[in-house]
Design a binder for this molecule. Structure first.
Ligand code: MRU
Length: 349
């Protein structure tokens, strides 16, 4: 696998280090975070973003929050631990990986409960590292499975950024593209710019270009035309939450892309690690969709592009209904139909 990946989230010696994704592609800058408030801000401001990376950052952020938690008794410790965990849970509502990672950390606390607090803290650090390490392996497997759905010379459209920097490594939707490159395939990737925050233009185009993958940037409104021209043979996107019935929340605009794919008879694939599947959410209607500051729409990147005082609706995600999805690709394999039953089965294997 090509080794062009930057480690977008890491933790060493009590310091959380993240690649500031708001500065890409102009500046490649890492920031060092030493307290939980700054970790919260980094998640909220999308300095660290993408569902798996948010989960990893939350696990590490929690370590910052409990650094000075009392070691007098488990109750004293756990009170502070809970407060810090709940604080981080309030940073962004849609990507379930955030809650998944915090829950996993809590399960570790419960397992280690009887041990001295200093040992519980050490165990939590190990767990956070494990969450990160496992994500690398998960993304690689997603890439391998996804590749079986693609062929040399295909045109692939993707939306937002589900690449290496949105995960521990490789990405989800972009993972098969890196593997295809290794095999010497010539895929032509079309990256939707992804209004309003331009994750496709700023991040996906940058990432793929660095890896020497053929990438063409288009605005979101051009997707229909490139499909009509016959340039796209598959759409592949990442996601923030898969509900129990197979509905999927992903970056705003994904639903539109899925409808376009259907209209042009193009398969629409969703790459989803198990950590993004939420069987406790029955369907897409129940997924809480983050609404963000109106200025992202009216004056994104510092230039005012709409009249003062105009009403704005700025949801960060939308829901693609299961019936528009050709397949969901996980590290455990690909599911193509009967999503409610097949999703359940994945957790039993
Ligand atoms: O608001 P963002 O940039 O965090 O949104 C990210 C996405 O929608 C991604 O497609 C998703 O999190 C998957 S990342 C592997």
């Amino acid at each position: 696998m090509a080794d062009t990946f930057l480690s977008s989230v890491s933790y060493d010696n009590g310091i959380l280090k993240i690649l500031d994704q708001t500065k890409i592609p102009n500046v490649t800058e890492f920031i060092e975070i030493e307290d939980i408030q700054d970790a919260w801000d980094a998640i909220k401001q999308l300095k660290v973003r993408g569902a798996p990376a948010i989960g990893i950052a939350a696990a590490y952020g929690l370590l910052l929050g409990i650094k000075n938690a009392p070691e007098t008794s488990f109750e004293d410790f756990y009170k502070v631990y809970k407060e810090q965990s709940e604080f981080l849970a309030g940073s962004r509502p849609t990507a379930v990986n955030l809650f998944w990672a915090l829950k996993r950390m809590d399960e570790r606390v419960q397992i280690e409960k009887a041990r001295p607090i200093s040992e519980i803290k050490n165990a939590l650090e190990k767990e956070a590292h494990l969450i990160r390490q496992e994500d690398e392996e998960v993304c690689r497997l997603i890439g391998e499975h996804a590749l079986t759905l693609l062929k040399d010379d295909m045109g692939i459209l993707t939306h937002c950024n589900a690449g290496g920097i949105a995960t521990a490594r490789y990405g989800t939707a972009l993972a098969p593209l890196y593997l295809a490159k290794e095999k010497g395939w010539n895929l032509r990737v079309f990256a939707d710019e992804t209004r309003p925050l331009l994750q496709g233009a700023r991040l996906t185009a940058w990432e793929l270009q660095q890896a020497n993958i053929d990438v063409t940037l288009i605005t979101d409104s051009m997707a229909a035309m490139v499909m009509k021209k016959g340039w796209i043979q598959a759409v592949i996107v990442g996601c923030d939450r898969v509900a129990a019935n197979g509905d999927v929340a992903n970056k705003i605009g994904t639903y539109g892309v899925a409808l376009l794919a259907k209209a042009h008879n193009i398969p629409f694939y969703v790459a989803a690690p198990m950590s993004t599947i939420d069987l406790e959410t029955a369907n897409g209607e129940d997924i809480l969709i983050e609404e963000r500051d109106s200025r992202e729409v009216t004056e994104g990147f510092g230039q005012r592009t709409a009249p003062e005082g105009v009403k704005v609706f700025n949801p960060a995600f939308d829901v693609t209904p299961a019936h528009l999805i050709t397949a969901i690709i996980t590290e455990k394999g690909i599911i193509k139909e009967n999503f409610p039953e097949e999703l359940q089965k994945l957790f039993k294997n």
